[in-house]
Design a protein around this ligand. Structure first.
Ligand code: NAD
Length: 526
């Protein structure tokens, strides 16, 4: 049984986990209140010391066990994800389970050498007699607040990095997908991670706020820019370090020499994977004017072939959206675009015949940057396509956004694509691929501008889970340092000599500096 926080009063606030495809109630759960969140953090702190003392190798051993258990239960976990988040089973396997298995592989292979003590040799003559080392110490208790769109891979990748580094974790998953988080807890506990070292607190925003305000040592937040800004403001009050993985409005740039068939398939997958509810979704597509008509026609034709339905059916390409408020945002963005002159090539409406949360994958043409669909995060199945005339305009349009999570450039000329990629303001730019960067366990994941602060995944995600401590040991403890009191004119001259010895131009200058500095060794110090 996973660690859950229950409150006994009958008036405890409850959340209901629903299947977004069918509306069926999966389970009711009670929300953790402030006292319960605080108590979870106290338990986590008490357990963290022993967890850290286990050492990286033993913790890596538990990760191996976790990986084996996850692999063995891959279909069961994928089904739990599909039931609660709606995405097709194949996506649950590839974009969630596979991502976590591989992130675990990365930590198993690399945690030991990335976390080990590092010698820090000194370059300066003044400090040659000292031995420096860099230690990577866990923060203590890491709070993780996660969203519903990747309810397994997001909290799991963050949690595994935090745990292997020796932290305890208290996770507040999205109120829309609590059951997947409890599956994660069950797997971790069965693998040998102590219950107090990884805990889940269930609830809505107030439970997240309680975690933020508790005695955690760092917070890793993934969610919307709106909530992220509130988190950052509250964290600033107490100088709590935070990682913020926030929204995106990722551009796709299709250059004149792109392969239309490949790029249009990428656009359709990138816009409609997880019903467009991915932070890395293609939300803006810019196509060279010479390709526009054929590219848009190819996208429309491929979109028409998508099979919509319950993600539990293996033939489903696109499942439902998560819930009504998200459908309303998509509807509002599409209606705004239509009212301002956008042309709907396919879709553009709800699909009540399939269920309350289904919205037709939609391709829009004649869109402009005055429309909400090109400025605000839509987070739904819409592919707006806009023409550009030259490369400069493409870069300007791509960068004309408050977001900077990821981007992609499509061209047959990889060098040209890379040159353009360097000019795009984003945490990641892919040339001839989209979204898969999230599954590249070595790559840092994180955005610039409003898309966030800091990284998760890979080496840099692991670095976020530790604080650096510089350890310095003097090799000649019985010697008073040359730069200590008492000063005087001859000492000033000796130090000038010392600076010349190290930084003077030419051998003569250095030698003369050495002669003047030599007296400092014999100088009487207090
Ligand atoms: P959200 O901001 O509404 O909620 C995220 C989490 O924050 C939830 O667990 C929620 O309960 C909690 N929360 C809400 N109010 C809070 C408060 N005041 N204090 C503390 N916690 C609070 O986001 P969402 O709708 O769950 O997720 C969708 C958003 O997440 C999109 O904007 C998407 O782009 C973004 N996202 C970003 C990444 C990334 O890696 N950059 C990944 C996935 C999703």
């Amino acid at each position: 049984m996973a660690t859950e926080i229950h409150i006994s009063q009958s008036n405890a606030r409850k959340i209901t986990s629903l299947n977004p495809a069918t509306g069926e109630t999966l389970r009711e759960l009670e929300c953790a209140d402030v006292a319960q969140v605080q108590a979870a953090v106290v338990r986590a702190r008490a357990a963290q010391g022993t967890w850290f003392q286990l050492g990286v190798k033993r913790r890596v051993g538990l990760l191996r066990e976790f990986q084996a258990r996850l692999h063995a239960s891959k279909s069961q976990i994928a089904a739990a994800i599909t039931r609660e988040a709606g995405k097709p089973l194949a996506e649950a396997l590839v974009t969630e389970v596979l991502v976590v298995l591989d992130a675990t592989r990365f930590l198993i292979d690399n945690a030991w050498h990335l976390l080990r003590e590092e010698p820090l040799p000194h370059g300066s003559l003044a400090t040659k007699l000292k031995r420096g080392r860099l230690l990577r110490e866990p923060h203590g208790v890491i709070g993780i607040i996660s969203p519903w769109n990747y309810p397994f891979s997001i909290p799991a990748t963050e949690t595994l990095a935090a745990l292997v580094a020796g932290n305890a974790v208290v996770l507040k998953p999205s109120e829309l997908t609590p059951l997947v988080a409890l599956e994660l807890a069950e797997l971790l506990h069965a693998s040998g991670v102590p219950r107090d070292v990884f805990q889940v607190v269930i609830g809505e925003g107030p439970t997240g706020a309680a975690l933020l305000n508790s005695a955690i040592d760092k917070l890793v937040f993934t969610g919307s820019v709106r909530t992220g800004k509130r988190i950052a403001a509250a964290a600033a009050e107490r100088l709590l370090p935070v990682v913020l993985e926030l929204g995106g409005k990722d551009p796709m740039l299709v250059l004149q020499d792109a392969d239309i068939d490949v790029a249009s398939s990428a656009a359709v997958w990138g816009a409609f994977v997880n019903a467009g509810q991915a932070c890395l979704s293609i939300e803006r597509c810019y196509v060279h004017r010479s390709l526009f008509d054929s590219f848009a026609a190819a996208c429309a034709a491929k979109t028409k072939q998508l099979r919509l339905g319950n993600g539990m059916d293996a033939n489903t390409d696109v499942g439902p959206m998560i819930h009504e408020p998200q459908v309303q945002i998509v509807e509002a963005h599409v209606e705004d675009a239509k009212a301002r002159g956008a042309r709907v090539l396919v879709g553009g409406r709800r699909l009540p015949e399939l269920g309350a949360n289904f919205y037709a994958p939609t391709v829009l043409a004649e869109v402009t940057h005055e429309m909400r669909i090109m400025r605000e995060e839509t987070f739904g199945p819409v592919l707006p396509i806009m023409a550009f005339d030259d490369q400069e305009e493409a870069v300007r349009l791509a960068n004309d956004s408050e977001y900077g999570l990821a981007a992609s450039v499509w061209t047959r000329d990889a060098k040209r694509g890379e040159r353009l990629a360097r000019r795009i303001h984003a945490g990641t730019v892919m040339v001839n691929d989209v979204i898969s960067c999230f599954g590249i366990s070595e790559a840092p994941h994180g955005g610039v501008k409003a898309s966030g602060i800091g990284s998760t995944h890979g080496r840099f995600g692991l670095e976020e889970m530790v604080r650096l401590k510089y350890l310095d040991t003097d090799r000649v403890p019985r010697m008073k340092k040359l730069w200590w009191h008492a000063y005087g004119e001859s000492f000033r001259r000796q130090m000038e000599g010392f600076l010349d010895l190290q930084f003077g131009r030419g051998l003569m200058k250095r030698l003369s500096g050495a002669l003047r500095a030599a007296g400092a060794v014999r100088r009487k110090r207090l």
